[in-house]
Design a protein around this ligand. Sequence first.
Ligand SMILES: NC(=O)c1ccc[n+]([C@@H]2O[C@H](COP(=O)([O-])OP(=O)(O)OC[C@H]3O[C@@H](n4cnc5c(N)ncnc54)[C@H](OP(=O)(O)O)[C@@H]3O)[C@@H](O)[C@H]2O)c1
Length: 260
Amino acid sequence: MQMPLLGLGTYNMFGEVVTNAVQTALETGYRLIDGAQMYHNEKEVGEGIRRSGIPRTEIFITTKIDNCNQGYDETLQSYEKSLKDLGLEKVDLLLIHWPIKGKRESTWKALEKLYANKQVGAIGTGNFLTPFMHELKNYSNYTPVVNQIEFSPFLNPNEDLDYCRQHQICLQAYTPLMRGQKHDNPSLVAIAKNHQRTPAQIILRWAVQQGISTIPKSGNSTRIKENFDIFNFELSPMDLQILNTLNENFRIVDNPMDMF
Ligand SMILES: NC(=O)c1ccc[n+]([C@@H]2O[C@H](COP(=O)([O-])OP(=O)(O)OC[C@H]3O[C@@H](n4cnc5c(N)ncnc54)[C@H](OP(=O)(O)O)[C@@H]3O)[C@@H](O)[C@H]2O)c1
């Protein structure tokens, strides 16, 4: 099974906006769509997939079990609802959205059952920083194939990346564009000018060039195309080195460790 490194995030888009974004992304060449029960837009995401006319077999779809649907039975039931809303027979990747205290093991066991029954292509985790991964080892039969965490040049936790690499888990960077913040950082701007690219393109290229999957969200067709146009240039080792010095633990979303 293969997953594209770059995908479209679908958080905080609704109605025709998300349907159009998904359709535009697929027409642009994206083949990975990152969804979630929590985004309350699975029907519209499914509609965008259908409108694109791209065969289902060519598209990699992710969804995530919402916090309120965690637990064994709830996970199985809510997955059925997601499939109905998306209009799909199965998704390619199913994630636990957040590591909820007291629900992590039962939710993971439900994902394992879905995987064993071939009802889902692959299973993984969201927001499982390294301590959660260590804990998961105690109750899991399968290793997650993807761990989706907040990750950017400004939030670049070595520990979590190293853990994923050592265990052959694909790290998937969410909120990679920091929702538009930090794009004026002088080092980032200088690298962007040098390559005649935008800061967003440099950030996304920085991720994929290191084998890190990433899922920028945009509801704007120009930016959807801009974010995909990163496969025809290369950052130098010096560029990567500079970008890797920008970490300042800058977090947009809540710190999952607060839930440990
Ligand atoms: N697992 C989790 O807990 C979790 C948490 C958060 C997010 N996610 C996933 O990760 C995806 C991405 O994260 P995100 O949506 O939080 O934030 P993001 O992708 O870092 O940033 C999205 C914001 O940046 C803007 N933007 C997009 N392209 C741009 C560009 N080229 N230049 C400047 N601004 C640009 C977008 O505006 P426009 O729409 O106007 O272009 C939007 O306001 C989500 O959509 C979701 O699928 C997962």
